[in-house]
Write a protein that binds this ligand. Structure first.
Ligand SMILES: [Zn+2]
Length: 270
């Protein structure tokens, strides 16, 4: 599933080919993805210039003067900028035809992605309750410590709460807790301020590193055969149940927390 670093890599891959370009036509090959595609997409966007491409959590916003297209990649989606004659696949659901002659094309076999509309000057409901971006100054260990007081939920479930901080998906939550030496099962309210500072720093470092690695895939956003965004990751614990911990050599454990697989080392994390 595309996580925050993959979505940011998508933004960096497509933005230079969209910003300043005019949308000549919008081609929808179905009326809905996860949700119905609102009429404004086809009625308002043609003729508009894309002023900027923004990411908020795992959403991408294509801003124009009359409103913004709000796109999510879902479980399996990808957005690429392609030559106009690129053959259509059966999972290609919409195109934005640009005045450069290129086409922004969305491909998604599972159709959990979405294409929605945000009116100018407003914030879509899906974005209204989100916490701060993990790489912004608004997110730090102090925030984690303050919001976690009295919380009994497991610290891993707490840091994956989108109202606390956005973009800490299942993989990155396990990895950051390992890096900070915190047992993912520990009650969020029983983690010290100092350890939350280490955890916030680990989250920032791991996400920034993943975005940096994603940079090597940027050219694939212009390649019809490429599958951008799902880059190989160097994982310390995620998906490594029973394999040796990279720090102590003990076996990596797996437990289900909040219905999600959670990987950790019982010796290195407490
Ligand atoms: Zn260990």
């Amino acid at each position: 599933m595309p996580e925050l670093p993959e979505v940011e890599t998508t933004r960096r891959g497509i933005a230079p080919h969209l910003e300043g370009r005019r949308i000549e036509r919008v081609v929808l090959r179905r009326g809905d993805l996860r949700w119905p595609i609102p009429a404004q997409i086809t009625e308002q966007l043609p003729g508009q210039q894309i002023t900027s491409v923004e990411r908020r959590a795992k959403y991408l916003l294509l801003h124009t003067a009359v409103g913004s297209a709000l796109a999510h990649l879902g479980m399996s989606g990808m957005l690429r900028v392609l030559p106009p004659d690129t053959a259509l696949g059966k999972h290609d659901h919409y195109d934005f035809v640009l005045d450069s002659g290129r086409v922004l094309r969305f491909t998604d076999p599972r159709r959990f992605g979405c294409l929605l509309w945000q009116a100018p000057g407003s914030t879509h409901d899906l974005l209204g309750t989100l916490g701060p971006e993990p790489l912004s100054a608004a997110f730090d260990g102090e925030r984690l410590w303050r919001l976690s007081r009295g919380r009994r939920s497991a610290v891993k479930v707490f840091i994956m709460d989108q109202a606390v901080v956005v973009g800490v998906g299942n993989i990155y939550a396990s990895e950051a807790l390992f890096a900070a030496g915190i047992d993912p099962r520990r009650a969020a309210g029983r983690v010290s301020r100092q350890r939350y500072q280490a955890l916030a720093a680990a989250i920032k470092r791991i996400l920034a590193h993943a975005i940096e690695r994603g940079g090597t895939t940027l050219r694939d956003f212009l390649n019809p055969d490429g599958a951008p965004g799902y880059f190989e990751q160097e994982l310390a614990v995620y998906g490594r149940e029973g394999e040796p911990c990279r720090r102590c050599g003990g076996a990596v454990a797996m437990r289900v927390l909040g219905q999600r697989s959670t990987f950790f080392c019982q010796h290195c994390q407490r």
